[in-house]
Design a protein around this ligand. Structure first.
Ligand code: ZN
Length: 143
């Protein structure tokens, strides 16, 4: 009997035909969103139609990966074993510079930002390798 403790596996994204381009770009270190071919609206999360004009046509376009924190909260309770290992951790809503908003966590191994007010802080994306061919866009505070 193997009594060694097994670390929980980090959750994997559910990749669909709709989200595959997003994850394929992330694996190469690019943050992309859909741009409507009718009205140029940038949308996230991925969807089958434009949330502004309902046009179905879109193309994937890269973003700078920079933005600002709109809202910040700190989780002190882990609802899954994998997250209990990293308590406490920050969850933020980001305003990306090009317009879309995105939820993320803040990469903070030294716990510099747990007790700080992050609202308005500048952030940049980085890509956390999760598995072969899969990287998760995450953010860190800059400046
Ligand atoms: Zn549109």
């Amino acid at each position: 009997m193997n009594t060694a403790m097994t670390l929980p596996r980090r959750p994997q994204p559910e990749i669909s035909a709709l989200t595959r381009p997003f994850w394929a770009a992330a694996a190469t270190g690019a943050l992309v969103v859909q741009r409507c071919l009718a009205c140029a609206h940038l949308r996230f999360p991925p969807g089958p139609v434009c949330t502004q004009c309902l046009d179905e046509r879109s193309e994937w376009t890269p973003l700078s990966g920079r933005g600002s924190v709109l809202s910040h909260l700190v989780f002190h309770q882990g609802y899954d074993a994998i997250w209990r290992q990293t308590l406490p951790y920050s969850v933020v809503m980001l305003q990306l510079d090009e317009g879309p908003r995105m939820f993320s966590d803040i990469d903070d191994p030294q716990r510099r930002w747990i007790d700080a007010d992050l609202v308005g802080r500048r952030v940049e994306v980085w890509f956390d390798p999760l598995a072969a061919g899969i990287a998760v866009p995450r953010f860190r505070v800059v400046g």
